[in-house]
Design a protein. Structure first.
Lengths: 561, 112
């Protein structure tokens, strides 16, 4: 159970332990100056982007004119949250190898997206994944499901990011929590409201370059003293961990075992079901995240969609290799350095500060400020993508398609989406402040679980199974969504850690191993039993949908300017 | 524009003709075999890794070189990351050089 909690905590974008540290951080001026430079530069881009954002297509997809390479970087920028950087390097810092297991889970969804979905999404859809999920089905029910599911995923993800942002920024910059949350919300609103997808894309690209660049620099600086030999770095880390265990009073043999333990998997072994379930949520959840799927509509054609996944997979994979080196670098340079430790022997500022302290150890205060600014930028890029995705679900799926039945003008649709951005921003700021003292560790893993159990089965069956019907996908998707939600509430991360009950009703860290197959089975059974007139239309539409999906015939092209 | 996006209503004659074209049928079959094959490799690789983590810890903990510390687990973990990147690369290469040509052929023959 402890393992399950740790697993959920790791997905949080936040140094959770920071919440308990109330010692005020002195205001960090170099970091604030560098972040201000980033904010000014990206606002300049937003101004430029605002002039190019006239139609709904510009707003949702940057007019479809992003190249595969740019989109690959933007996807990486959208996907690599502060959780990946701080959480995983911290996990490696404390447990060594186990952090790698998470990294791999975050990566392996990408090939699946490429093989089964990316090109078909691009060929069939225009603005949202609901375009694709509802392609041959009755529009209203499928769109309503997709919009609800999108908003639920976006909201949980957004709250987790906001709380994380507030805690991280208070810690790194020494500014007030509520102020930090408001700054994040305000900047995000400016990017999305005025610059739409164009500004969001460039914020994500710049953030990805900054994050990859600084992580590369850190890895090089960590490896250089060891002659770029990972073996030498790992050996030194094992020595450090052995020394720490011995200093804590372990017998020499036990200390040596504790040192070697960072080279092998640890806590996962006790609960294989959780390990597999968690793996499923990460892998299939990635393929169901609405703000990620939306990025495939920003490129001109299927070929560019394909190359963007290759670039994204390459950058994200490279990034996780770097975090592994960075985590071990922190063991070597931070773990035995009293300046970075609190009196109890923990990391100053909380467990997730390993990479931040390492930045100071290798690059001094200036690089510390730079890394802090990059962490801030990272959060902004992720929340901007999330907000845009939520706005498109309301403006495009609910308003233009369900309420107006396709008769809304581009200007009307845009107006609704922009109002949604404002509403989402206010809600995110308020909930971010309301949840300050709450344990939000479960929220990102919940977002992944819902995406894996709701969106992913619906999308896959809509694309690949001729027999799927409107009733089938709506029923299956809803069952998956509700099951993922309920089982997560009954799981240790919420039932015990948030609600305070002694024992969880549902003992595993992720519901995916149950909710994903049940969602698929529900789609299959309900579709099979569906004898409605609509079901015949749904099944009859498959062949034509398949032709369009496979050949790109009739796909929406890039918008001319 | 929305009407053209959606599968409702009668399919265009072109679409039906493409659906019957032997080149299209062969393309769908080959691509689907290829993508499911690659997906299977990724699924087996990843869940094999997870199962090894759950059930074969001593194997993963064993150092690669006698006297060294770098474990098989690290090599295998990095291997899964590389596998993900290499599989996407293999797919992109084949799609660019093979599948796209067939699709372009069809597009030319059935130009509106």
């Amino acid at each position: 159970m402890r393992i399950a909690l740790a697993a959920a905590a790791l997905l949080a974008p936040v140094p959770l332990h920071a919440a308990s540290v109330d010692a005020p951080t002195p205001t960090n001026w170099p970091a604030i100056a560098m972040f201000a430079a980033f904010a000014l530069f990206t606002l300049g881009i937003t101004r430029w982007a605002a002039r190019r954002t006239r139609s709904a297509a510009d707003f949702y997809t940057a007019g479809g004119g992003i190249t595969g390479f740019q989109n690959g970087l933007a996807i990486a920028g959208d996907y690599m949250s502060a959780a990946s950087f701080l959480g995983i390097s911290a996990q490696i810092f404390s447990d060594g190898y186990d952090g790698l297991i998470y990294s791999i889970g975050f990566l392996v969804g990408w090939p699946i997206i490429l093989f089964l979905m990316a090109e078909r999404l691009r060929n069939l859809g225009r603005f949202t994944f609901a375009d694709v999920a509802s392609f041959r089905f009755a529009q209203a029910p499928v769109r309503v499901f997709a919009a609800v599911s999108t908003l639920v995923v976006v909201l949980f993800y957004l709250i987790a990011q906001m709380v994380g942002a507030g805690q991280l920024i208070r810690l790194l910059f020494g500014i007030d929590y509520a102020l930090a949350v408001t700054i994040v919300g305000a900047l995000m609103t400016l990017y999305v409201l005025f610059g739409g997808m164009t500004a969001t894309t460039w914020v994500q690209i710049i953030k990805a370059v900054l994050l990859l660049g600084s992580a590369s620099f850190m890895a090089v600086m960590v490896l250089a003293p060891f002659g770029f030999s990972p073996e030498a770095l790992f050996a030194r880390a094992v020595d450090v961990k052995t020394g720490l265990a011995a200093a804590a009073g372990a017998a020499p043999e036990a200390a040596a075992a504790a040192g070697r333990a960072i080279m092998a998997p640890g806590g996962f072994i006790r609960d294989p079901i959780s390990a597999i379930s968690f793996g499923m949520a990460l892998m299939f959840g990635t393929a169901g995240l609405p703000h990620i799927l939306m990025r495939f509509f920003t490129v001109p054609d299927a070929r560019a969609a394909r190359s963007s996944v290759l670039w994204a997979t390459g950058w994200i994979g490279y990034f996780y290799l770097l975090t592994f080196i960075i985590g071990f670098g922190a063991i070597v340079l931070v773990a035995s350095e009293p300046a970075y430790l609190d009196p109890a022997g923990g990391l100053r500022g909380g467990a997730n500060m390993a990479a931040i302290h390492l930045a100071q150890a290798i690059g001094g205060d200036l690089f510390l400020g730079f890394i802090s600014a990059v962490a801030f930028a990272t959060i902004l890029a992720v929340v901007a993508g999330l907000t845009l995705s939520g706005a498109s679900a309301v403006g495009h799926d609910l308003y233009a398609t369900v309420v107006k039945r396709g008769t809304a003008t581009s200007a009307q649709e845009l107006k609704v989406s922009r109002r949604t951005v404002l509403v989402l921003a206010v809600v995110a700021i308020l909930l971010g402040i309301a949840f300050e003292q709450q344990n939000v560790a479960f929220m990102v893993s919940l977002a992944f679980a819902i995406a894996a159990s709701g969106n992913f089965p619906v999308l896959l069956m809509a694309l690949l199974w001729p027999g799927a019907t409107t009733r089938g996908v709506v029923a299956g998707g809803s069952v998956g969504l509700v099951l993922a939600l309920v089982l997560t509430i009954l799981s240790p991360a919420v039932w015990v850690a948030v609600l305070g009950f002694a024992d969880p009703v549902f003992p595993y860290s992720s519901p995916a191993i149950f909710s994903v197959p049940i969602a698929f089975a529900t789609i299959w059974i309900v579709s099979r039993l569906d004898r409605s007139p609509r079901a015949a239309v749904d099944r009859g539409g498959y062949a034509a949908q398949r032709v369009r999906a496979e050949t790109g015939r009739g796909a929406s092209g890039a918008q001319a300017h | 524009m929305m009407a053209a996006m959606q599968g409702e209503g009668a399919a265009e004659p072109d679409i039906e003709a493409i659906a019957r074209d032997p080149r299209y049928i062969a393309l769908v079959r080959r691509r689907s075999r290829f993508t499911w094959g690659l997906s299977a490799v990724m699924l087996v690789g990843y869940f094999g890794f997870i199962l090894a983590v759950a059930f074969a810890k001593p194997l993963l903990a064993r150092p690669i070189a006698a006297g060294g510390v770098t474990s098989w687990g690290i090599a295998i973990g990095f291997g899964v990351i590389l596998l993900a990147i290499v599989l996407t690369g293999i797919y992109v290469r084949r799609a660019n050089r093979d599948f796209d040509l067939v699709a372009a052929d069809l597009a030319r023959d059935f130009a509106a």
